[in-house]
Design a protein around this ligand. Structure first.
Ligand SMILES: [Fe+2]
Length: 246
């Protein structure tokens, strides 16, 4: 039988203590049920020569990325439904230096909380004008920017009444595909934060806060869109938590 929210919340509380202070969550995190089945059980294999992987692996060219790729509201004939937003920020290294030319990819649910993916069958409407994927390259200041729609919360089957807080998935590549980092960005003030085992798997409160974007009124465009700002720090004590560790 599916566990209740109370049972999951009790597990989250019990898990918090031993790993408190750690930036990265345990790969095996029981309140996030499917992590038990799919977390890596072998140690990470270090690539001695990441560049060599590029010789046989996939490549992308910077010219493949167009300006249109960063605007998720213009990928179809009509406009998607929902709250139009700008999400922007900078990708920085541990010393605050900009990371330039970085491929930043995002994917997200639509305003109703549904992914345009066949595995997502929950009864919320698909939006024919929204696919929910975008990409851009960071500029000379390490900056990235997307125009999109605020995603909705959605149910998942981790436990009874399990709902994910609204979030946008982010992927960043270093200079090679083997250096990929994956994480999620959340929206401020979401009432679901306390209930979500995925967000709560980051047991350090300050690290968790760094996954939440800030509403930026100066970034909001009159009569057009709301602005959110979110920086990604790739390493060091202020690092943004990522899903695969570093
Ligand atoms: Fe998601």
């Amino acid at each position: 039988m599916s566990p209740t929210q109370q049972e999951i919340s009790a597990e989250i509380a019990a898990q918090a203590a031993p790993t408190s202070g750690a930036l990265h969550p345990e790969r095996r995190y029981p309140p996030y049920r499917s992590s038990l089945l799919r977390h890596p059980s072998q140690p990470v294999v270090a690539l001695e020569d990441p560049d060599a992987v590029e010789l046989s692996g996939p490549v992308f060219g910077v010219t493949d990325v167009t300006e249109l790729d960063a605007d998720l509201t213009r990928q179809h004939h009509g406009e998607p439904l929902g709250e139009r937003i700008t999400v922007t920020g900078r990708v920085l290294d541990r010393n605050g230096r900009p990371v330039r030319g970085q491929l930043v990819e995002i994917w997200q649910a639509n305003a109703s909380g549904r992914y345009a993916h066949q595995r997502d069958q929950h009864p919320a409407p698909l939006d024919p004008n929204f696919t929910g994927v975008g990409r851009c390259l960071t500029d000379d200041e390490g900056g990235y920017a997307f125009t999109t729609i605020k995603p909705g919360a959605y149910p998942w089957r981790n436990h009874t009444n399990a709902w994910r807080p609204a979030h946008i998935h982010f992927s960043l590549f270093g200079t090679a595909f083997a250096q990929r980092l994956v994480t999620q960005m959340y929206f401020p003030g979401d009432p679901l934060f306390a209930y979500d085992p995925i967000l709560r798997s980051v047991t350090d409160d300050a690290a968790r806060q760094r996954l939440v974007a800030a509403y930026d009124h100066e970034l909001s465009v009159p009569e057009w869109s709301l602005g959110y700002r979110w920086d990604v720090v790739l390493d060091g004590p202020a690092a943004t938590w990522t899903e695969e560790g570093r």
